[in-house]
Design a protein around this ligand. Sequence first.
Ligand SMILES: Nc1ncnc2c1ncn2[C@@H]1O[C@H](COP(=O)(O)OP(=O)(O)O)[C@@H](O)[C@H]1O
Ligand SMILES: [Mg+2]
Length: 278
Amino acid sequence: MPAHTCALPDPDVAVRIHQALKTFGDSGWRWPSGPRTAAKVAVDHVSLNIQRGEIFGVLGPNGSGKSTLIRLISTLLLPDGGDVQVFGHDVVREARRVQTLINRVSVEASFFKKLSPLENLMYGARLYGLGAPEARDGARRILIRLGLEPAVLEQPMEEMSRGMQQKVAIARAFLSSPILLLLDEPTTGLDPRSKREVQTFVRELRDTHDATVLLTTHDMVEAEALCDRVAIIHGGRIVALDTPEALKAAAPRLNGHSPTLEDVFLSLTGAQLVEFVD
Ligand SMILES: Nc1ncnc2c1ncn2[C@@H]1O[C@H](COP(=O)(O)OP(=O)(O)O)[C@@H](O)[C@H]1O
Ligand SMILES: [Mg+2]
């Protein structure tokens, strides 16, 4: 029996992924008149552990399986094989429990744009089963604690910058704890200034709260600046996993230059990490 199936859950491990597999297009089910599509392995036997309190980056080009991996962890998709656990709970057998421990924030975070951050968070708190007064107090406390100015708490979301909106989306995740934040390309499409704001905010969260962060990006600079460890993913497979420093140290030197993470990716896959254009 593999060791992981009989070991007690380790409280310091936030995410444990063992041989996760997700395939699209081979379920056997089709629209009766629809075309047959070839099976696509989106996540190909991925194994990794994320420590509690870590900022872990999944770095890869568009279509490499990053969002699918996040969806498996967040119980939005069922794996076709392997195990995924969040704080020791299985995403399939204990999906409801896992849902209370995670929060996924994607590029297109959804809000009621005419409502304020406070109202949006109160709505979220009510979904978690809090009463109205508790929800208001909880929402206000989280937003202030996370550094939002009191004045903006009651402004419509649509009047706020995209960077500020992403902060509110992340703040919403703090209605439950402990927390695994799943940030799917949290800075894609943001201007450089908003991008930096969100990155600083993510770092602050990790430093000051009991938050573990798994983020996806195709931005090497972001991965290097923000992540304790990075998994480089290509075609659904992990091709390297280590600290950014160790990954770069292991890559060959190019014309006397120190390699960047992009050079690491190139040397491992022969492919370019191309910026995705929205
Ligand atoms: N719901 C789906 N149905 C069919 N194919 C999908 C679906 N979701 C993702 N895929 C395919 O799986 C692969 C990985 O996609 P995705 O996880 O979205 O990559 P990334 O987030 O890295 O851009 C892509 O080839 C994509 O087309
Ligand atoms: Mg994606």
